[in-house]
Design a protein around this ligand. Sequence first.
Ligand code: NCD
Ligand code: ZN
Ligand code: ZN
Ligand code: ZN
Length: 354
Amino acid sequence: MVQLPGFIDPHVHMREPGATHKEDWYSGTAAALAGGVTMVLAMPNTQPPITDAESLNLALEAARQKAVCDYAQYLGATPENASIAAELAPQTAGLKMYLDHTYGPLRLADMTDWMAHLAHWPYEMPLAVHAEGRTLAAVILLAAFFERPLHLCHVSRREEILIIRAAKERGLKVTCEVTPHHLFLSEEDIPALGQGRAEVRPALASPRDRQALWDNLDVIDCFATDHAPHTLAEKDGNTPPPGFPGLETALPLLLTAVAEGRLTLEDVIRRYYVNPQRIFRLPAQPETWVEVDSESTWEIRGENLLTRAGWTPFEGWRVRGRVMRVVLRGTEVYRDGKVLAVPGFGRNVRANAM
Ligand code: NCD
Ligand code: ZN
Ligand code: ZN
Ligand code: ZN
């Protein structure tokens, strides 16, 4: 049995308010605990999207009643809310700007809207972007105009990771995250997964892109699941929404890579705990740890997961390392596949900032 820190996932979708048939604050944070994650940062592309005080309170009230791990909620940037967002900043995980098409209605098309947010959003609060390819280069440039830190979500391609390397080498304050699915899957997996199930943004990339992520591991600050649950009926339907559930499979996949010598345990702890805590300015969780049976080998099965999505793109994968027990702030919250925490045990880690 190895004892690890409670992991911090800076990119998850809880689907509440608005789409609790996909996930809610209980099922999503239960999935987090099952994956050894004790703190999640929730994205704002819910229904309604989280863009003002009223919608923020909708999400935070649902979380207050249901969450079983600690959390904070992102605010979404719109063309209209730059000054309101800045006022709400202390109560949020950070600001999310969607700059390319993905799931949900939040998207900033006009670059002058990006600039308004880059100028208004408090310097010390996290600012994360969905920006692919040339959009990523453009937003790095604009953030540099304002000399402000910028976090790049779910980096998936060779050109992106090399641009981030170049930006870091020039002293720009950029950080980035990579998902397990972009580290372990590629477009070659699409036929076996099926088109609908394989839909994800950024799309699964080429094996060469995937290899570039591994070759530039030193540039990757965080691992983040981008846990984006949609039901199987939706994924197998006529208009499959993009997104994979990932909270329960991330740590086993990463620990399997450790067992295979592709990563060190230190690599995992740094990117899934130390760096997220530092980059997103998150408080320490005292008396919090995860107990993992590092020898246990098992097969990933969608039907055994706690996420309401009920499926996984890693169906049938043999992994090594199983979360046996999670202790959060001195309380046993998960053991042997069962969530023991009562709904509402999770705390808003930005709550005292109001
Ligand atoms: C995410 C979702 O479903 O909310 N989907 C995805 O494919 N990653 C949106 C996002 O993170 O871009
Ligand atoms: Zn378009
Ligand atoms: Zn995204
Ligand atoms: Zn996402």
